[in-house]
Design a protein around this ligand. Structure first.
Ligand SMILES: [Zn+2]
Length: 233
């Protein structure tokens, strides 16, 4: 299905992780149909440069993101601070739990992984087969296994139509050098995600802490959803 055949309401459902009509398969993963060619071209160029650009994570639907959220909110899954130390959420208020989780995990409904245009990448050739991928800043730093890939992506992402929305610390989502986004298509998908759309979706959800989320939604939305690196020109 091409994006042109989606109605406005279907497009909103796609952008908020409630539909997979915008996706196609690429290997074992699914991505937005309109970015597959550009991603394959990026992979080919990376291959020529000696990398094996692999997908760690691409599309996640609303239910999957909600499960991650609820596992973190209830303490079943660790929540890390910027120093990569697991923190004790049990002493925090609901809104402070939200802030702690949002440093690394998106609000369900407003995750860029719903869009299909955003992919977490790593270099499969730089690690052993039994290496357990963490997706943490150290792995992508100058002393980590993906240092060379990071430098290559710095210089080549834009030419293939991609950029990093979480390149720098803007006081919201922590920097994620592994997370790349298709410039043009993510813009189209992001334009579907309004405060009103997300508020309605959160209200109808089973998310833990949803009263606190709804009460503080404008603040959370500005700090963690729209607060990303500017699109490259
Ligand atoms: Zn990501």
């Amino acid at each position: 299905m091409t994006m042109r055949s989606l109605t406005p309401s279907q497009l909103i459902a796609c952008a908020t992780g409630c539909s997979d009509d915008h996706l196609i398969d690429i290997g074992r993963h699914r991505v937005h149909a309109q970015i597959a060619d550009d991603f394959k071209a990026l992979q080919q160029a990376a291959k020529k440069a000696g990398f094996s650009l692999a997908i760690a994570s691409s599309f996640r639907d609303f239910n999957r993101q909600s499960a991650i959220w609820n596992a973190k909110f209830s303490g079943k899954r660790p929540v890390f601070n910027k120093q990569q130390v697991a923190i004790d959420l049990s002493t925090l208020t609901d809104i402070d739990k939200c802030h702690a989780i949002l440093l690394y995990s998106a609000l369900p409904g407003a995750s860029r992984h719903h869009l299909g245009t955003d992919i977490d990448v790593y270099d499969e050739a730089a690690i052993a087969a039994d290496y357990e991928l963490q997706l943490n800043p150290h792995e992508y730093s100058e002393t980590g296994p993906f240092a060379l890939l990071t430098a290559w992506l710095d210089n080549n992402l834009k030419a293939y139509g991609f950029y990093r929305p979480y390149q720098d610390d803007l006081g919201g989502v922590s920097p994620e050098p592994w997370h790349i986004s298709h410039i043009k298509q993510s813009q189209i998908m992001c334009s579907q995600i309004t405060l009103e759309v997300i508020e309605n979706q959160i209200k109808c959800s089973d998310l833990l802490g949803k009263e606190a989320i709804v009460k503080h939604l404008p603040t959370l939305f500005n700090r963690y959803v729209t607060n990303v690196a500017p699109m490259p020109i």
